[in-house]
Design a protein around this ligand. Structure first.
Ligand code: ZN
Length: 316
């Protein structure tokens, strides 16, 4: 079943499990994606270790780390790293509510993209709930600049991304993607783009106890003058597509689908978090709106389909 963005909130129709490896810890991880009630949002539930039973909401206030990946914590030492690709899949496919049981402190990296999470969500299916869907509507431009990088959110009727990267290697160079994000475009254009890293950085990361689970199975590795992975790239501009995927995941922390346009230049997890923080710090910059109820739509019979199509461009 394909995801959809309709007037009512959704959750998963059934539980689904995945197992994999933490890219930073190298440790095995199991997660179970579970249905949740309306207005729950996306929440992690730690299912073993000292923090067993701890819940951590996917919320900007939970962000405790933005180096290499996005880390969420409860403020008491419990944390979950590398949440962005899973949150991107849930948010990208229009899943508003889910409980994510996890037996480790890091979401598994899978193939380095969101495609395994998309497959899992497809396997579980989506269910509509009674609760009306709420959207976070951006009311004015919010811009954050950070050492030659910038990110901004601006008013827009839909969710639009404009992401540009600029790396000083001709294997990447300058790449830009502009995309209206909905379940169909997310699935086709972004979900399969893998994370990437430079071979010259690997030893430094390993020395720091990071990237212990990184391999050619889950990372596009960039050498001096070539891509090390034998299979090559999935898209010629896979790098910027992955940055856009990361942005979808980081912006899922807003807690509701965004009606706004997000633009970033040389951005990353840190900048994405700073933009959301700046948005929420300015009460005039955003508001929550509910999706219109069908019966409130004028010319009910005819407009019903139009309204549904407007919210669900990829419904079929
Ligand atoms: Zn990523």
């Amino acid at each position: 079943m394909k995801g959809f963005i309709g007037a009512r909130q959704t959750t998963l129709a059934s539980e689904v499990s995945l197992t994999g490896t933490g890219v930073h810890s190298g440790a095995p991880v199991s997660i179970v994606l579970c249905p949740a009630d309306g207005d729950t949002g996306l929440r992690f539930l730690l299912s073993n270790g000292d923090a067993e039973g701890t819940e951590i909401a996917a919320d900007p206030r939970s962000v405790t780390g933005v180096t290499l990946c996005t880390v969420l914590g409860d403020g008491n030492g419990a944390s979950i790293a590398t949440v962005e690709h899973l949150l991107a899949a849930l948010s990208g496919l229009g899943v508003d509510n889910a409980l994510i049981e996890i037996d480790s402190s890091e979401v598994p990296i899978m193939d380095g993209s969101a495609s395994c999470f998309v497959e899992a969500i497809d396997e579980a299916g989506l269910a509509e709930l009674d609760a009306p869907r709420r959207f976070l509507k951006v009311l004015k431009r919010i811009r954050v600049e950070d050492a030659g990088a910038y990110g901004e959110l601006a008013p827009h009727n839909g969710f639009h991304l404009d992401v540009e990267i600029d790396f000083d290697t001709k294997l990447i160079g300058t790449q830009r993607i502009e995309i209206d994000v909905n379940p169909g475009s997310f699935r086709r254009e972004l979900s399969r783009a893998r994370t990437f890293g430079f071979m010259k950085d690997v030893e430094r990361l390993w020395a720091a106890g990071l990237a212990l689970g990184a391999s050619l199975e889950n990372t596009v590795a960039i050498g001096e003058d070539r891509i090390i992975n034998r299979e090559g790239l999935r898209f010629s501009d896979e790098f910027v597509r992955h940055k856009a995927l990361d942005a979808v995941g980081d912006l899922a922390l807003a807690g509701a689908p965004i009606l706004g346009s997000f633009r970033s230049h040389r951005g990353g997890h840190r900048l994405n978090a700073l933009v959301l923080k700046a948005l929420f710090a300015d009460a005039d910059a955003w508001t929550m709106i509910e999706a219109p109820r069908y019966r409130e739509v004028r010319h009910a019979e005819l407009s019903h389909r139009l309204a549904a199509a407007n919210f669900a461009p990829e419904r079929s």
